[in-house]
Design a binder for this molecule. Sequence first.
Ligand code: ASP
Length: 307
Amino acid sequence: MTNSRPLILAHGGAGLRRLTPTQAACLADALVIGYAILEQGGPALIAVECTIGLLEQSGLFNAGRGANRQLDGVQRMDAAIMEGAHLKAGAVASTEGLVHPITAARLVMEDTNHVLLVGPPATRFAQHCQLELLPRARPPRRSSARSARAATQTLRLYRAMLKSKRTRKDRYGTVGAVALDRSGTVAAGASTGGIDSMLPGRVGDSPLIGCGVYADNQSGAVSMTGMGEGIIRLVIAKSICDHLVMGKSPAVAARQVLHMLVSRIRGSAGALVLSPDGRFAIRHVTPHMAAGWWNGAGQPTVRGQFP
Ligand code: ASP
């Protein structure tokens, strides 16, 4: 059993928006909660879940209470969590009405043999586990003819938005965290309401293991944020871990993979990268990234940009 120095990193999204003082304070509180678990010898997995849980609860980020709405007006949320000792992982996608999708993801990991549950059955699974629900916000049910008309209208709206480039508003911020516990185990997680303009049913990188999230004690832990479509196409989280295995530092691994994302497909993203020896990097190829870290010394560091 190693005796690693605990460390936690958290993010509140990468994009065009500046970090507000309220969001910065909330990120710092989330780091304090996560670090307290690690300091008491708790597992990295639970530190990641609780850190993300506070951000979901706050309503200040695009996750949990603050999740974006898809073009039909419904909030659909995705989340994933993974631990690096046994490569266990759990995820949910397109869940509705959950305050804590990250906890639903952990329960998929711990209480089932599956990795990913999606849609209404995933929501029912979370309800069965008695997770907290948001006040009901779903539009009333329509007849199938009216649903078909509504779907056509939504698709038209989406195409018009793509043309007018209104999809580029790029609001903050999916949330995520990575942690290293005293036993030397790393964990990673992410939770999101998706992007600004998205068709109903759209799922991004966050619940896809290897894309938005990855954790392996033999390489490191990564939590991504940014345009999920690009992150999925280049399997970014696992790709950064593969660079770590080759002996690259977190800073070099993140820089090289994010550079590839931009140069190959003009993607945009930010990453938290943590290696099991405690080195870490926060990097983004977006103008801003809300993020921070804490190892128990002084105060948590939280900023809206990282060089
Ligand atoms: N990666 C998230 C998604 O594509 C969005 C974000 O990180 O802001 O769903």
